[in-house]
Structure formats: C-alpha cells, structure tokens
Ligand binder design. Sequence first.
Ligand code: IFM
Length: 433
Amino acid sequence: DFLWGAATAAYQIEGAWNEDGKGESIWDRFCHTPGKITNADTGDVACDHYHRYPEDIALMRQLGLKAYRFSISWPRVLPAGFGRVNPAGLDFYDRLVDALLAANIEPFITLHHWDFPQVLHERGGWINRDNLPYFADYTALMVKRLGDRVRRWATLNEPRDIADAGYGSGEHAPGIKDDWKSVRQVIHNLLVAHGLAIPAIRAINPALEAGIVLDVWGVEPTSDDPADITAADLVWNSQRIDFLHPIFQGCYHPSRIDADGDNLPEIKAGDMALISQKLDFLGINSYSRTQVGAQGITSQVPGAEYTDMGWEVCAPAFRRMLNRINNDYTLPPIYITENGAAFPDVVSKDGKIHDDRRLDYLRQHFTQVRLAMQDGVDVRGFFVWSLLDNFEWGHGNTKRFGIIRVDYDTQKRTIKDSGEWYSRVISSNSVDR
Ligand code: IFM
C-alpha cells in the first residue's frame, strides 16, 4: 500500500489566473511586475491545467499513479482571502477531486503552496497576526467542501521558503527584501497559522489526516574535522530545522534563538502548544544537501553532479537526513511529498524525451528512501516532483522538473522516459538498480 504519486502546485500549473471570479494572488502581482521573473514568464496560463485537468488525469492514470498531490489556490476560492466565497472556484476543485477518484487516484491536498491572496497581503500578509485566523477559516471552507472525499490534508508547503525568499531575499513574492525581523516574525506566524488550521480540520472530521510539508535538506560537514562538524550543525540547528524543531519539540532550538539576537519574534502565551500539536503525517520535500565547513558552504563539491537548478545530486544524503530527523524527533509517518530533478530536455527525432539523468536521479533517490525504510524510518509514500513541467517560480518556464513534458506553445503533453520508467516502478512496486 505504498503511496506512489506525483505532485504539483496550483500557481505552477493551473493558469486561468483571472477566470471565473478568481482573486489576485501575490504571485500574479509579482509576475506582472517587470524584472522579477526570468524571461518575464508568468503563471497566467502555465500548463492550462484549469482547463486541461481531464487530460492530465488521463495521463496520471496511464502512469498508474496511486495518488496525486496538488494545492488549492486560496484566492480562487476566496478572492480576497477572507469573506466572500467564489462558488466557481470551489466547483473547480470539486470536479478535480471527483475526476481523480473516478480514475482511482487518491487526492492529497496542500492548502497553501505560496499563492497568498493579494488583498490579504495588503492587510499585512503573513506579518500581521490578525490575518492568521483567515487561514483557519479558509481551511475549514475547503475541508467542509472536500473532506468527504479527501483524506489527507497538508496545511502549508515549505513555509521556510515563504519567509526567507518572500520576506528576506525578495526573490519570491511578495518580494520584500532584507527585512530580517519580519522574516523571523513570519516564521512564527506561519507556524501559528498551521497550528490554527490543524484543529479546524479535526473539528470537521477527526478521521481525516492532517500534516504539514517541510523542506528538509541534509546539512553535512565537509570533513570529520570538529570545526567543520560544528559549522554544519550550526546551520542545521539555527536554520534548517526552523519549522521541524518547534513542531516536534514545542520550542525553538537554542541556536535559533541565539541567531535571532534582536530579531526575536513576538510569541504569545499558548503559541508553542498550538504549534506542536500532534500530526498524522509529516511531508518532506528534499532535493539535495548543503555541505558546510568551517570556511562556509561548499559551492562546488569536487566530482559531484549538479542539476539544472545548480543543486548537487547526492542521494545517500537523503537517507542520512531521514535517519537524522527520525532519531532526533518522534515523528508521525512520513510522506516524501517532493523529490525530483530539473534537467534541460531534448525532444529526440523519435518524438521521445530520453531523460536518462532525471530517471537515474529518481532511481537513486527511491533506492535511498527504501534503505532509510529498512533503517527504520516510517515512509508511507513518495510524490515525484513534478507530474508536469511547470512554472518554476523566479526561473519562469526555464527549469523542467516534469516526468511529462509540456510544450508551452501548443500545451502538448509527452510522457518522458522517466515517466514510463516510473510507471513500471509503480506497477511492479519495485525499483530496478
Ligand atoms: O517547484 C518547487 C515547488 O514549488 C516547491 N518545492 C521545490 C520545487 C522545485 O524548486
């Protein structure tokens, strides 16, 4: 019953950015601001999944996927993020879920994968604590509507990225730069929002499974020199486990608090208990590792392969990271909610995409997760990122992660070799070496 699946996110595939009553998201606004995205690409059309979802589900079925992880566009169902509901938006997700179930594919929902409502942003976004209950209201709206058919619900996707890239480096929407005090408050507020959403799910149906999706890449020392180990541990403790630690320990790591200095967030009584409620699953997104030594982060590991994102391919680090978090915390069952690789693809004369490097990347990572399971890590499923080539945020359409190619001029879909291979993995429930 291992849950083999693939993942996407609303803004990256849906398109239809202003159709049928959808409100504007911070990503709509960001992409429409000149100079923010490579080639001025946008998610206005993306994979046009909003209109082509029946075709996409037929492809999922052809691959034999058991589950499909997707996200809801918050402003599609609540144009301002709160208040007035958009019935057409809800209808879309109804149709999507019904079509998935008809194809025998389990829907796995992420409530928020970065496309925050613009109106709510203008009311202070994730910095304004008053906005947090709106996330719980939105959660309740969706769970009431789809909870009779969707069992697994993740609150947030990679919240660390929302804080760091959205409010720190400014590379992601809403594009706020260098406001480190806000970054720290946003981290805390996201955790509180997650904590408010969990009981909202359980209040509607306690049998549903509620969790969160965190990006956790291993942080490993360049050598076994104690100075390198200390440096790597500092990065892990003060940054990488910003969400993991408070959720599963009920407090911030002391190294995090040291690093905060004058930027300690405002924490209200009861927050940490809210944040550390028991979860039914933990979603882990992991693509690479960070190698750190006393001299800093290694930008190029000698002899290593790198993907088109500039990320080192190091599958054994995946197993080590899973063992580390499994040893350090008492975790619920884990789903690998994202793993995959961007490589530039070539359409061959035979019309196929022989994406050997992506296939090999997936094979290595499946194998390492299997080994981690043998080590005792309770992994229940694996969602390849991504089902389709899609809009890769600041990189626009230039990075291809799909096991299905999307020709953005024609919207033609072609299953890549990695997709054909994945289909065989699923049907045989085994990975050839
Ligand atoms: O495309 C993203 C996804 O939205 C979140 N996790 C990482 C992926 C690849 O960068």
